[in-house]
Design a protein around this ligand. Structure first.
Ligand code: KIV
Ligand code: NA
Length: 273
């Protein structure tokens, strides 16, 4: 039994070797990536990636807990962070604590993540003071898609830039141990990374951050579309399409199953005299 990375390991990576983070939603995916990553994120992107929802707004506490449990079973050394879903923390400090504590207890994960508009500083401080490490998430905040009118990069105008910088400062000062910075231009990501004392984890936020995160299925090429910031490290969609087509052809031609994939009758053991 190896022990998992801790918040201390994450914190000391500031201005050091970049932190490696990927999302996982199930046990086998977590198992394969575990030896290679510092952190695994059970992201609420599972709503879109696994459940086919149009955004992350429909994701529930139950979904996050179920997938969080699976990822914890499949991993052993990574620091596991579970997203708090839309509607589970915004109302009050009490609401945030009750739901975060439930996620921590029922999954055994190491931390939660909150999409931290500047208003969320109260919730972050409240959780951290009570023993729950919090990762922030600023810039493009997918749970705000209905206010933003779509998913688009943030901080590309002066006024928006000030808003994102304020989100970063408020999140860090409230005690977040790390901050995901999503969908911002390189100079802003660099400025945020310089200004906050905790590591920044970029997604579509340039190499100037202290680490990187991607959705695993995006970088594995499972979808026929991916945002500009995704690099494809595999072509899973093509591989799966080929495999399914070959299986269908083999079944229809009775090529599958063959002899080696078939059980035969066991010969009875000879009778003892
Ligand atoms: O839900 C998610 O996958 C995320 C990452 C994209 C940072 O929040
Ligand atoms: Na998320």
């Amino acid at each position: 039994q190896t022990s998992r990375k801790t918040v201390k390991d994450i914190a000391k990576a500031k201005n050091s070797t970049p932190l490696v983070m990927l999302t996982a939603y199930d046990a086998p995916m977590a198992e394969v990536m575990d030896p290679h990553v510092d952190m695994i994120l059970v992201g609420d992107s599972l709503g879109m990636v696994v459940h086919g929802l149009p955004s992350t707004v429909g994701v529930t506490m139950e979904m996050m807990i179920l997938h969080g449990q699976a990822v914890m079973r499949g991993s052993e050394q990574a620091f596991v962070v579970v997203d708090m879903p839309f509607g589970s923390y915004e109302t009050s400090e009490d609401q945030a604590f009750l739901n975060a504590a439930r996620i921590m207890k029922e999954t055994g994960c190491q931390a939660v993540k909150i999409e931290s508009g500047a208003y969320a500083a109260r919730q972050i401080a409240h959780l951290v003071e009570r023993g729950i490490p919090v990762m922030g998430h600023i810039g493009l905040r997918p749970q705000a898609v209905n206010v933003d009118g779509g998913f688009r990069a943030k901080g590309r105008t002066d006024s928006e830039r000030d808003i994102v910088l304020e989100e970063a400062r408020a999140t860090a000062e409230a005690g977040a141990f790390a901050i995901v910075v999503e969908g911002v231009a390189e100079d802003l990501a660099a400025e945020i990374t310089k200004q906050v004392s905790c590591p920044t984890i970029g997604i579509g936020a340039s190499a100037s951050c202290d680490g990187q995160v991607l959705v695993a299925q995006d970088m594995l090429g499972l979808f026929d579309w991916a945002p500009k910031f995704v690099r494809h490290y595999a072509d899973l969609r093509t591989d799966m399409d080929k495999a399914f087509a070959q299986y269908a052809a083999d079944v229809r031609s009775r090529e599958f199953p063959g002899k080696t994939e078939t059980y035969s009758l066991r010969k009875p053991a000879p009778k003892q005299p």
